[in-house]
Design a protein around this ligand. Sequence first.
Ligand SMILES: Cc1cc2nc3c(=O)[nH]c(=O)nc-3n(C[C@H](O)[C@H](O)[C@H](O)COP(=O)(O)OP(=O)(O)OC[C@H]3O[C@@H](n4cnc5c(N)ncnc54)[C@H](O)[C@@H]3O)c2cc1C
Length: 594
Amino acid sequence: MPHFKFNIRDILFILNEQLNYGSLCVLPRYQGLNAKTLDLMVNESARFAKKVVAPLQEIGEANGVTFSRGRVSCPKEFKDAFALYGENGWIAAARDTRYGGQGFPHMMRIVINDLMYGACQSFNMAPSLTHGAAHLIETFAGEELKERFVPKCYAGDWSGTMCLTEPDAGSNLGNIRTSAARHGDQFKIKGIKTFISWGEHDLTENIVHLVLARINGAPGGVKGLSLFIVPKIRVNDDASLGPENDVRCINIEKKLGLHASPTCTLEFGARDDCIGYLCGTENQGLAHMFQMMNAARINTGVSGMAIAGTAYLNALAYARKRIQGKDICRNTPDDVPIIRHPDIRRMLLWMKASVDGMRSMIYTGAFWSDLAHELEDGDEKNHYRHLVDFITPIIKAFCADTGFAVCETAIQCLGGYGYCQDFPLEQYLRDVKIMSLYEGTNGIQSIDLMGRKMTANGGAPFRAFTHEIETFCKKNRRHPALGKQVQCLEKTFNEIFRGVMKINDLRKTDPACWGSVTYPALLCFGELIMAWRLLDMAVISARLSEQKGKNHFYTGKILQATWYTDVTLPHTRTRIASCLRKGQEIADMPEAAF
Ligand SMILES: Cc1cc2nc3c(=O)[nH]c(=O)nc-3n(C[C@H](O)[C@H](O)[C@H](O)COP(=O)(O)OP(=O)(O)OC[C@H]3O[C@@H](n4cnc5c(N)ncnc54)[C@H](O)[C@@H]3O)c2cc1C
């Protein structure tokens, strides 16, 4: 039975009824598109994900990748799928047509990735990284380099990577030691990068590495980093391939999950002959790289949610079929499907609400990002920019951890069978764990949220977010069916707001205490946003139920929202209060006492 399950109606409900994504088509960049063409795109990507990408999940797990003499080989099916992915335009669906994109809204990239990551995470990392790397070149490089590299990547002829991490530079990129020596109008790159996803493989004839390195003589720390385009095979001016560049894969990791995604150690310039091209401005490398990192952070949240989505639906399918135990109410003398047991229903409802809430959170952020990119300069555009800034670390960290928790709960629903390879859940659990680690660990995300995002632009990101929540609460606090929960949301937000103000003060007065509560504070925001998005869907469903008549779909949206809000937000309020307690155990604990 195919492992990949998704509910297209849930996806389209958020896109159409909740966000009205067709409204983006009034923006100048999207004129010529409409809600119908966007829906068509969603349905088509679902078809491709199911037919072409989903079968790779088991093939990749069974065969993995092989490493020999500096070369990585992947299953043939991966190569064929990558070629088709490029040919069908999925890599650059949301990029401008000038370099081979299809000109769809930016948010379509997120919707496509939702389906493709759910179908096979380890595969979809390759086209997703390719998109990110080529988009960096498109945004920051000179015209000649764009022409040379971008169309080949968008077409799927070549792939791309992001090369940041080094053995001594993980969370702290200021330690990067890879160097760049001037060589005419090019650079010679030298250094070692570790953990590079899809850093070497045989899916494409060339690989374009986007490398952070320090030009000799540049300042230390992150301020001296520049961004370079470093191809595996050198590229002539006319974009034809030249000789091999001096880039060598010297190791691939043996790891918990993602067995079909090679995680490579790359050595640049062992023979002092690795040519790189400056991309953008000298010493602005990290600022440029943030475009790719922010997109990758959102995509990490997408992955957590997408894998959780298929895990939930697999658990649901099993719970409908598995006969075990008596009905607790004794409505029938026979053993019943386990979906009748309240404890299983509790887990299913939590997973359903979690997946739907995460999807809505992510799509909302993606919708904002289109407005942030495409509106004319002014207050409204700035408002959406601030919102995207604010929600990015929450999407990354909250959806990574909640995605993992959903996969774990899905295994629990199946009992012992969930732990075994006959079902896809144990692989999901292993694959999804990485989301809390890469693209900046979740701890680092929480520091970003409670640090930079609270203070940047005089606190504008948090103010923009506050405005959104307050507007929703004001509008819906007297809702006949959902008013009680909206008031609960409002009360929780007010307590978080007051708590956050005090936590912000701690940053200066007691940084050790501040650093020990950033992560729980991020969770509070995550739960609050989940309740907000679920309640918003419930309000819409209540209205549609009145207009069109009740049905299970709308009832499900309402019940998941009331339950999630009532059951989760009291814990959220306790958590934010606990961040402010006077105890200092975390800071005071002597290292020898751990
Ligand atoms: C499968 C896989 C794929 C990857 N793909 C890529 C890739 O394509 N490109 C790439 O460049 N990198 C990639 N990475 C690297 C990944 O981004 C790093 O592993 C990650 O950034 C963390 O760095 P680290 O492992 O060195 O951990 P460390 O930085 O050593 O962190 C260890 C722990 O300490 C915490 N910590 C560190 N500093 C602080 C601090 N200042 N305050 C509080 N806590 C702190 C962290 O949160 C973490 O819990 C990949 C990693 C893996 C495992």
